[in-house]
Design a protein around this ligand. Structure first.
Ligand code: PFF
Length: 456
């Protein structure tokens, strides 16, 4: 048997660890913070349905493709794309796909860290008993007080960036492996507990109806649902690719991808089932925006038995979920610097971290001193703050575009023998994957793009 190549950055101990790490990357603020508020803003039911279809028909095939590219290239996404394009005798320009991923990861982390900071500050607010018996108005003003204070946001953002750099500097395997093994199941359990509380509000059916009963949907909302499928599965920017590069050759990529996508989807749906009944029970607006979970969950914690403890544990777990995702957002950049500049991980992580920290200031100010400095791009978006723009450009443009090219590369550029060899699954499964990757996913992404700007 030919000797296995191994990434210079190391390899996951076993398949379960890979699945946990990939789930750690996928499950994060996207599931618990973003999914509920964008569902609320986009009217519920149909939006959720489109999102689920995107996960199944676009997300899973592209996740398989992305892990496969990573494992075959065994380097940072930039070098992986260069090596694979060369290996297939194709244009070396494919390397830009890796670069776009690095830029997207950096931009996402710059705002992700600020929101993770909100979660961190809520650990202390809940722990200090601030929400005991709180009303909806009270929870609103506590949230407003936080986001209108740039200094506080900056402090939490700084702490979160340092935490992320510490883990990335040490290497993804150490620490991370252990953390995810234990935290993911715990987060799951706690969400179920909050869903049970939501059942006692008397508005559980309203919540479910909002989440699952179909209604009208706009082209823009379809784009947001698709963009979120990429965001929540960490696809289109090389995060999952770089994790794939640390995966040993003998494990099945298809099976792992399905498990990760399922776990991710269940967490998002549970978050929705926890939040919307509380929204309706307290006469809150589902379309309240990015503050939604911070304005609703404290009401639950303030009124349930042992709510202070449950709340503290919940926000701590949310912080960990964000942490394990943040790490994967800059791993591609750090791996690249180590490979090409010969620097060590700590040095690379520090520089990327500093740059990201700086970019995060834009998001911090979006909620206070730059609140009214908005921009509009005709046919695309109107009156967006710096944060809104970053979020839109990354989740709804860069990630789907990255995913589209990953699908094209895996489906059309790579030889069939190469992908078959790498995936070695049942013929029917392989054929389905190849069909989805060659036709369905690329066409769907293009159609959704065109529809969002009203060109079709
Ligand atoms: N999937 C993460 C979440 O849902 O919170 C966010 C994310 C991580 C997006 C890594 C993209 C990425 F590459």
């Amino acid at each position: 048997m030919a000797e296995q190549r191994v990434s210079i950055h190391g390899q996951w101990t076993n398949r379960t660890v890979f699945i946990l790490a990939a789930t750690g990357s996928a499950v994060g603020l996207g599931n618990i913070w973003k999914f509920p508020y964008i569902t609320g803003e986009n009217g519920g039911g149909t939006f959720v349905l489109v999102y689920l279809m995107c996960i199944a028909l676009i997300g899973i095939p592209i996740m398989i493709a992305e892990i496969m590219l990573g494992r075959r290239g065994k380097q940072s996404p930039i070098n992986t794309m260069a090596t694979l394009a060369k290996g297939e005798g194709r244009n070396p320009a494919w390397v830009w796909l890796g670069w776009m991923g690095v830029v997207a990861g950096f931009l996402i982390l710059s705002y992700y860290s600020v929101i993770a900071g909100w979660a961190m500050s809520y650990i202390f607010r809940t722990g200090g008993g601030m929400f005991l018996g709180v009303t909806a108005d009270g929870a609103n003003s506590i949230f407003a007080e936080l986001v209108t204070d740039p200094e506080r946001l900056l402090a939490w953002h700084t702490i979160f960036m340092v935490m992320t750099m510490l883990v990335v500097g040490r290497g993804v395997k150490q620490g991370l492996e252990k953390a995810v093994t234990f935290l993911m199941p715990f987060l799951f359990g706690l969400l179920i507990l909050i869903v049970i509380y939501a059942m006692t509000t008397g508005y559980f059916t309203e919540g479910l109806e909002f989440l699952f009963s179909p209604g009208a949907i706009t082209g823009k909302a379809i784009l947001i649902a698709m963009g979120h499928a990429f965001f929540t599965l960490s696809l289109g920017m090389g995060a999952i690719m770089v994790y794939g590069s640390y995966l040993s050759d003998e494990y099945s990529i298809v099976q792992a991808s399905i498990i990760v996508a399922l776990a991710d989807t269940v967490v998002a749906l549970l978050a929705g089932m926890a939040i919307f009944p509380i929204v309706f029970a307290n006469d809150l607006q589902p379309g309240a925006g990015p503050g939604l979970i911070f304005q609703t969950l404290p009401i639950a914690f303030g009124h349930m038995q042992g709510g202070t403890l449950v709340g503290v544990v919940f926000f701590t777990l949310l912080l960990f979920a964000a942490w394990t995702s943040a790490i994967s957002l800059i791993e591609p950049a750090v791996a690249y610097l180590v490979e090409n500049r010969g620097v060590n991980r700590i040095y690379a992580a520090t520089w990327v971290g500093l740059l990201t920290w700086f970019a995060g200031l834009g998001t911090i100010f979006s909620f206070n001193i730059w609140k009214d400095n908005t921009i509009s791009i005709p046919f695309v978006f109107e009156n967006f703050t710096f944060f809104d723009t970053l979020d839109y450009l990354t989740a709804n443009v860069m990630l789907p575009l990255g995913g589209l090219f990953i699908a094209l590369f895996a489906g059309w550029i790579m030889r069939q023998e190469s992908t078959r060899e790498e995936l070695y699954t049942y013929p029917a499964i392989y054929k389905t994957w190849r069909f989805l990757t060659r036709y369905i996913a690329p066409v769907a992404v293009i159609v959704v793009f065109l529809k969002a700007v009203s060109l079709i």
